[in-house]
Write a protein that binds this ligand. Structure first.
Ligand code: C5P
Length: 222
Protein backbone atom coordinates (compact mmCIF):
# COMPACT_ATOMS: atom_id res chain seq x y z
CA UNK A 1 0.00 0.00 0.00
CA UNK A 2 1.89 2.98 -1.32
CA UNK A 3 1.19 6.54 -0.15
CA UNK A 4 -1.35 8.33 -2.41
CA UNK A 5 -0.23 10.66 -5.18
CA UNK A 6 -2.14 13.56 -6.72
CA UNK A 7 -0.71 14.25 -10.18
CA UNK A 8 -1.10 17.67 -11.77
CA UNK A 9 0.02 17.79 -15.38
CA UNK A 10 -0.37 20.47 -17.99
CA UNK A 11 1.42 23.01 -20.16
CA UNK A 12 3.59 25.80 -18.78
CA UNK A 13 1.64 28.71 -17.36
CA UNK A 14 -1.53 26.73 -16.71
CA UNK A 15 -1.17 27.46 -12.99
CA UNK A 16 -0.28 23.89 -12.06
CA UNK A 17 2.79 24.93 -10.05
CA UNK A 18 0.73 27.27 -7.89
CA UNK A 19 -2.07 24.75 -7.47
CA UNK A 20 0.35 21.95 -6.62
CA UNK A 21 1.98 24.04 -3.90
CA UNK A 22 -1.31 25.17 -2.35
CA UNK A 23 -2.67 21.64 -2.46
CA UNK A 24 0.45 20.11 -0.87
CA UNK A 25 0.23 22.72 1.92
CA UNK A 26 -3.46 22.07 2.45
CA UNK A 27 -3.07 18.28 2.57
CA UNK A 28 0.27 18.23 4.39
CA UNK A 29 1.74 16.24 1.48
CA UNK A 30 5.24 16.38 -0.01
CA UNK A 31 5.65 18.22 -3.29
CA UNK A 32 7.49 17.18 -6.43
CA UNK A 33 8.16 19.92 -8.96
CA UNK A 34 9.40 17.61 -11.72
CA UNK A 35 10.02 20.50 -14.11
CA UNK A 36 12.71 21.71 -11.71
CA UNK A 37 14.61 18.45 -12.30
CA UNK A 38 14.65 19.10 -16.06
CA UNK A 39 15.58 22.73 -15.45
CA UNK A 40 18.44 21.68 -13.14
CA UNK A 41 19.68 19.21 -15.74
CA UNK A 42 19.57 21.96 -18.38
CA UNK A 43 21.38 24.43 -16.13
CA UNK A 44 24.08 21.90 -15.28
CA UNK A 45 24.54 21.21 -19.02
CA UNK A 46 24.74 24.91 -19.87
CA UNK A 47 27.22 25.50 -17.02
CA UNK A 48 29.40 22.67 -18.27
CA UNK A 49 29.09 23.94 -21.87
CA UNK A 50 27.69 20.57 -22.95
CA UNK A 51 25.94 20.65 -26.31
CA UNK A 52 22.17 20.13 -26.06
CA UNK A 53 22.53 17.70 -28.96
CA UNK A 54 24.90 15.44 -27.04
CA UNK A 55 22.34 12.98 -25.68
CA UNK A 56 24.83 10.66 -23.97
CA UNK A 57 26.47 13.49 -22.03
CA UNK A 58 23.06 14.93 -21.11
CA UNK A 59 21.93 11.57 -19.72
CA UNK A 60 25.15 11.32 -17.74
CA UNK A 61 24.54 14.77 -16.27
CA UNK A 62 20.96 13.81 -15.35
CA UNK A 63 22.14 10.61 -13.60
CA UNK A 64 24.82 12.36 -11.61
CA UNK A 65 22.95 15.54 -10.67
CA UNK A 66 23.88 16.70 -7.19
CA UNK A 67 20.63 18.38 -6.20
CA UNK A 68 18.57 19.08 -3.15
CA UNK A 69 15.37 20.94 -2.41
CA UNK A 70 15.52 23.07 0.71
CA UNK A 71 12.83 25.10 2.45
CA UNK A 72 13.93 28.70 2.81
CA UNK A 73 11.52 31.34 4.11
CA UNK A 74 8.45 29.27 3.19
CA UNK A 75 9.72 28.86 -0.37
CA UNK A 76 11.29 25.78 -1.91
CA UNK A 77 14.84 26.52 -2.98
CA UNK A 78 16.49 24.39 -5.69
CA UNK A 79 20.11 23.65 -4.87
CA UNK A 80 22.64 22.51 -7.48
CA UNK A 81 25.98 21.40 -6.05
CA UNK A 82 25.21 23.20 -2.83
CA UNK A 83 24.28 26.51 -4.49
CA UNK A 84 20.81 28.05 -4.49
CA UNK A 85 19.93 28.28 -8.20
CA UNK A 86 16.18 28.88 -7.78
CA UNK A 87 16.32 32.08 -9.80
CA UNK A 88 18.72 30.81 -12.46
CA UNK A 89 16.53 27.86 -13.38
CA UNK A 90 13.58 30.21 -14.12
CA UNK A 91 15.46 32.23 -16.76
CA UNK A 92 13.99 32.02 -20.30
CA UNK A 93 17.23 30.57 -21.65
CA UNK A 94 17.09 27.74 -19.13
CA UNK A 95 13.36 27.18 -19.80
CA UNK A 96 14.08 26.72 -23.47
CA UNK A 97 17.05 24.43 -22.79
CA UNK A 98 14.97 22.41 -20.30
CA UNK A 99 12.34 21.63 -22.89
CA UNK A 100 15.08 20.43 -25.28
CA UNK A 101 16.79 18.32 -22.63
CA UNK A 102 13.40 16.86 -21.63
CA UNK A 103 12.88 15.49 -25.14
CA UNK A 104 15.89 13.15 -24.74
CA UNK A 105 14.61 9.67 -23.75
CA UNK A 106 17.80 8.75 -21.85
CA UNK A 107 17.46 11.89 -19.73
CA UNK A 108 13.86 11.02 -18.86
CA UNK A 109 14.93 7.49 -17.99
CA UNK A 110 17.72 8.80 -15.75
CA UNK A 111 15.28 11.00 -13.83
CA UNK A 112 12.47 8.46 -13.47
CA UNK A 113 13.46 6.74 -10.22
CA UNK A 114 14.51 10.03 -8.63
CA UNK A 115 10.97 11.29 -9.18
CA UNK A 116 9.37 8.13 -7.79
CA UNK A 117 11.53 8.45 -4.67
CA UNK A 118 9.54 11.55 -3.69
CA UNK A 119 6.54 9.36 -2.88
CA UNK A 120 6.27 9.26 0.90
CA UNK A 121 3.60 9.15 3.62
CA UNK A 122 1.16 10.77 4.08
CA UNK A 123 1.14 11.54 0.34
CA UNK A 124 2.63 13.41 -2.60
CA UNK A 125 1.51 16.12 -4.98
CA UNK A 126 3.46 15.77 -8.25
CA UNK A 127 3.51 18.55 -10.81
CA UNK A 128 4.74 18.09 -14.39
CA UNK A 129 3.88 16.84 -17.87
CA UNK A 130 3.86 13.06 -17.50
CA UNK A 131 3.17 12.50 -13.79
CA UNK A 132 -0.16 10.77 -14.47
CA UNK A 133 0.91 8.94 -17.63
CA UNK A 134 4.44 7.69 -16.92
CA UNK A 135 5.82 8.46 -13.48
CA UNK A 136 2.82 7.66 -11.25
CA UNK A 137 0.35 5.75 -13.46
CA UNK A 138 -1.32 4.33 -10.34
CA UNK A 139 -2.10 7.74 -8.77
CA UNK A 140 -5.67 7.85 -7.39
CA UNK A 141 -6.18 11.49 -8.43
CA UNK A 142 -4.97 12.82 -11.78
CA UNK A 143 -5.56 16.36 -12.90
CA UNK A 144 -4.75 17.82 -16.30
CA UNK A 145 -4.77 21.60 -16.04
CA UNK A 146 -4.89 23.70 -19.20
CA UNK A 147 -5.53 27.30 -20.24
CA UNK A 148 -5.34 29.03 -23.61
CA UNK A 149 -1.84 29.97 -24.81
CA UNK A 150 -2.84 33.66 -24.84
CA UNK A 151 -4.01 33.55 -21.24
CA UNK A 152 -0.85 31.73 -20.15
CA UNK A 153 1.37 34.27 -21.93
CA UNK A 154 -0.57 37.09 -20.27
CA UNK A 155 -0.11 35.55 -16.81
CA UNK A 156 3.62 35.16 -17.38
CA UNK A 157 3.79 38.74 -18.66
CA UNK A 158 2.08 40.08 -15.51
CA UNK A 159 4.37 37.99 -13.33
CA UNK A 160 7.53 39.29 -15.02
CA UNK A 161 6.30 42.87 -15.04
CA UNK A 162 5.59 42.58 -11.34
CA UNK A 163 9.23 41.65 -10.88
CA UNK A 164 10.35 44.60 -12.98
CA UNK A 165 11.48 42.45 -15.90
CA UNK A 166 10.66 44.00 -19.26
CA UNK A 167 9.55 41.54 -21.93
CA UNK A 168 7.22 41.59 -24.92
CA UNK A 169 3.92 39.74 -24.74
CA UNK A 170 4.44 38.57 -28.32
CA UNK A 171 7.81 37.00 -27.52
CA UNK A 172 6.33 35.23 -24.51
CA UNK A 173 3.46 33.88 -26.59
CA UNK A 174 5.92 32.62 -29.18
CA UNK A 175 8.06 30.95 -26.51
CA UNK A 176 5.01 29.29 -24.96
CA UNK A 177 3.85 27.99 -28.33
CA UNK A 178 7.33 26.65 -29.14
CA UNK A 179 7.54 24.85 -25.81
CA UNK A 180 3.98 23.47 -26.09
CA UNK A 181 4.80 22.20 -29.51
CA UNK A 182 7.96 20.46 -28.34
CA UNK A 183 6.30 19.05 -25.19
CA UNK A 184 3.27 17.68 -27.06
CA UNK A 185 5.01 16.31 -30.11
CA UNK A 186 8.02 14.53 -28.66
CA UNK A 187 8.12 10.75 -28.80
CA UNK A 188 9.14 10.20 -25.15
CA UNK A 189 6.34 10.88 -22.64
CA UNK A 190 4.64 13.68 -24.57
CA UNK A 191 2.42 16.14 -22.74
CA UNK A 192 -1.05 14.58 -22.77
CA UNK A 193 -3.80 13.87 -20.25
CA UNK A 194 -3.81 10.34 -18.81
CA UNK A 195 -6.89 8.38 -19.83
CA UNK A 196 -8.19 8.60 -16.27
CA UNK A 197 -7.27 12.27 -15.72
CA UNK A 198 -9.81 14.98 -14.97
CA UNK A 199 -9.23 17.86 -17.39
CA UNK A 200 -9.69 21.35 -15.93
CA UNK A 201 -9.45 24.52 -18.00
CA UNK A 202 -8.28 27.46 -15.91
CA UNK A 203 -8.66 30.12 -18.63
CA UNK A 204 -11.72 31.55 -16.91
CA UNK A 205 -11.40 30.22 -13.35
CA UNK A 206 -9.12 31.73 -10.72
CA UNK A 207 -6.68 29.82 -8.54
CA UNK A 208 -9.19 29.43 -5.69
CA UNK A 209 -11.82 28.01 -8.01
CA UNK A 210 -9.39 25.44 -9.38
CA UNK A 211 -8.16 24.54 -5.89
CA UNK A 212 -11.75 23.92 -4.70
CA UNK A 213 -12.39 21.54 -7.60
CA UNK A 214 -9.20 19.62 -6.96
CA UNK A 215 -9.92 19.35 -3.23
CA UNK A 216 -13.37 17.91 -4.03
CA UNK A 217 -11.74 15.22 -6.15
CA UNK A 218 -9.20 14.41 -3.45
CA UNK A 219 -11.99 14.04 -0.89
CA UNK A 220 -13.86 11.66 -3.15
CA UNK A 221 -10.94 9.47 -4.08
CA UNK A 222 -8.40 9.41 -1.27
O1 C5P B 1 7.09 22.79 -15.55
P1 C5P B 1 8.30 23.53 -16.03
O2 C5P B 1 7.98 24.62 -17.02
O3 C5P B 1 9.18 24.00 -14.93
O4 C5P B 1 9.15 22.43 -16.83
C1 C5P B 1 10.31 22.78 -17.57
C2 C5P B 1 10.40 21.89 -18.80
O5 C5P B 1 10.63 20.54 -18.40
C3 C5P B 1 9.11 21.84 -19.64
O6 C5P B 1 9.14 22.75 -20.71
C4 C5P B 1 9.04 20.43 -20.14
O7 C5P B 1 9.63 20.33 -21.42
C5 C5P B 1 9.89 19.64 -19.20
N1 C5P B 1 9.13 18.75 -18.32
C6 C5P B 1 8.87 17.48 -18.77
N2 C5P B 1 8.24 16.58 -17.96
C7 C5P B 1 7.87 16.93 -16.73
C8 C5P B 1 8.10 18.24 -16.24
C9 C5P B 1 8.74 19.13 -17.08
O8 C5P B 1 9.18 17.16 -19.90
N3 C5P B 1 7.28 16.03 -15.96
Amino acid sequence: NKPPVVTIDGPSGSGKGTIAKLLADRLGYALLDSGALYRLTALAALNAAVSLEDEARLAEIASNLDIRFAIAGGEVAAMLEGQDVSRDIRMERVSMAASKVAAVPAVREALLQRQRDFRAAPGLVADGRDMGTTVFPDAPVKIFLTASAEERARRRFDQLQGRGVSVSLRDLLEDIRARDDRDMNRAASPLAPAEDAVVLDSTNIDIDGVLQKVLELVQKRI
